[in-house]
Ligand binder design. Structure first.
Ligand code: PGA
Length: 255
């Protein structure tokens, strides 16, 4: 793995953890992490309501903080939404965009993502863009077509030279929350394919962009997945809710 691709392990807490629970988790995690220099990059994605507290708790620690979504408009009549400026205001570092649950359950579109990704970058937030195929799409041999379509649409407005500033999470929908992990070969093939799509835009960005695998990552399978050449990290849902499991995944990352 090139030196520039520092391993990246992110905890997607989804709609879990009160502020109190988030703080208890971080007390445990921060006690387990090293000095941050040689560690993988560690990111937690709490609910909006605990963002401020989690940012404060992680100050002076190597842990960075991401929101789980944001709106593409700077402000306006969008009841229930959060802007990039609001995330910057609370000192969030990053933002998950296009998670499959947002796409499937809340109508997230590639058109909106094409705006969200550059808006996040311009605001100084690191976008963690999620892409991945459904089970039916994989069965129909459409995985690569789906990944191309999502990446081309969602990254259309980002200059090639800026693509390395995005973190891309490959999350096959059929592996999320199901206990079914993609095989190492399936995960590596898809992540290599994603790097190839980025490379068509900018070869240097492709060599630098971090590509994560997500979908039932757990302590027992993390080391094998994280050792694969095109997998630079993990986006972890269920197994990020317990400190012991998440810390074990962080420790499984190559360093
Ligand atoms: P999972 O979720 O680890 O529970 O499969 C991953 C994700 O949705 O990011």
């Amino acid at each position: 793995m090139p030196e520039t691709r520092r391993p990246y392990i992110a905890a997607n807490w989804k709609m879990n953890k009160t502020i109190f629970e988030a703080e208890a988790f971080l007390d445990g995690l921060l006690g387990r992490l090293g000095d941050g220099e040689t560690e993988p990059e560690v990111v937690v994605c709490p609910s909006y309501l605990s963002l401020v507290w989690v940012v404060a708790k992680c100050a002076d620690s190597p842990v960075r903080v991401a929101a789980q979504n944001m709106h593409e408009e700077p402000s306006g009549a969008f009841t229930g939404e959060i802007s990039a400026a609001m995330l910057v205001d609370v000192r969030a570092d990053a933002v998950l965009l296009g998670h499959s649950e947002r796409r499937a359950l809340f109508g997230e579109t590639d058109e909106a993502l094409a705006r969200k990704v550059p808006v996040a970058l311009e605001a100084g937030l690191e976008p963690i863009l999620c892409v991945g195929e459904s089970e039916a799409e994989r069965d129909a041999d459409e995985t690569e077509a789906v990944l191309s379509r999502q990446l081309e649409a969602d990254l259309a407005e980002v200059a090639g030279a800026d693509l390395h500033r995005i973190v891309i999470a490959y999350e096959p929908v059929w592996a999320i929350g199901t206990g079914r992990t993609a095989s190492p070969e399936q995960a590596q093939d898809a992540c290599r394919f994603i790097r190839g799509v980025v490379s068509q835009r900018d070869a240097e960005a492709a060599a630098r962009v971090r590509i994560l695998y997500g979908g039932s990552v757990k302590p027992g399978n993390a080391a094998e997945l994280l050792a694969l050449p095109d997998i630079d990290g993990a986006l972890v849902g269920g197994a990020s809710l317990e400190v012991e499991d998440f810390a074990a995944i962080v420790e499984a990352a190559p360093r």
